[in-house]
Design a binder for this molecule. Structure first.
Ligand SMILES: *[C@@H]1O[C@H](CO)[C@@H](O)[C@H](O)[C@H]1NC(C)=O
Ligand SMILES: *[C@@H]1O[C@H](CO)[C@@H](O)[C@H](O)[C@H]1NC(C)=O
Ligand SMILES: *[C@@H]1O[C@H](CO)[C@@H](O)[C@H](O)[C@H]1NC(C)=O
Ligand SMILES: *[C@@H]1O[C@H](CO)[C@@H](O)[C@H](O)[C@H]1NC(C)=O
Length: 193
């Protein structure tokens, strides 16, 4: 029943959709319930302003993020990031909080990054803009990451992302190889650190 409603709604929305302009394509989400984030999301693509950051990202084989808002509400959400590169898995868990569509890290984690969830029409994706909080670096070091519950997206979904990247005058996005395994969430003895 719920699925049917969602389907009807999206058909209705698609029925009169003119192509979105940049303003709508890159707007932050108005509302984001923490439970909507729960679970593991695979990194599908990333986009950068800085060539060095882009090249270092391109060496990554796979990446994922996992949110767990159980027992935490908006102010105590567990956020784990994994990266697979050079045959090693790296993972780190943070406590984050969510205000509107902005995610902030615990100050004691010394991360200095603000993350904003942006619009995406992909139904099982999250689009996140990461900004480094230093006056001089905010503009050059911002980057976009498109995550999904799927490993591989439809062409049209990737096209939308490319359009968003273009709106923000960023470099062409890097799409990760969907066939590379994600790191397990828990450390295994062979792959720590
Ligand atoms: C990981 O990425 C590197 C660089 O793109 C590539 O050479 C290597 O084959 C990849 N490894 C796997 C397991 O996909
Ligand atoms: C935060 O959530 C974790 C479970 O995810 C829980 O163990 C912990 O007590 C919570 N802390 C606070 C301050 O609510
Ligand atoms: C998250 O916060 C809880 C209590 O609020 C604490 O027990 C836990 O160690 C924190 N985890 C991290 C990764 O900082
Ligand atoms: C975060 O910002 C503080 C204050 O500006 C600075 O002392 C610290 O080195 C920064 N940490 C990182 C990881 O950039």
């Amino acid at each position: 029943m719920f699925a049917v409603c969602v389907l009807l709604l999206s058909v209705a929305a698609a029925g009169h959709s003119a192509p979105l302009g940049c303003e709508d394509l890159v707007r932050p989400l108005d509302q984001l319930h923490p439970a909507r984030l729960d679970g593991t999301w695979a990194l599908v693509a990333g986009a950068f302003v800085d060539t060095g950051m882009m090249n270092s990202f391109a060496r990554r084989n796979s990446s994922s993020i996992t949110f767990d808002s159980v027992g935490g509400g908006r102010s105590n959400i567990s956020y784990t990031i994994t990266k697979s590169q050079d045959g090693h898995c790296r993972r780190r868990t943070f406590n984050i909080s969510l205000e509107g569509s902005t995610m902030t890290f615990d100050p004691q984690d010394d991360v200095n990054v603000t993350v904003t969830f942006l619009f995406t029409s992909c139904p099982d994706c999250v689009l996140m803009r990461y900004e480094t909080d230093t006056e001089t670096q905010t503009r050059t070091l911002f980057r976009l990451f498109l995550f999904s519950k799927r490993r591989q997206l439809q062409q049209a979904e990737l096209q939308e992302f490319k359009g968003q990247v273009k709106c923000l005058n960023m470099l062409e996005p890097v799409v990760l190889d969907p066939s590379t395994d994600l790191c397990p969430l828990q450390e295994t003895d062979a792959e720590s650190g």
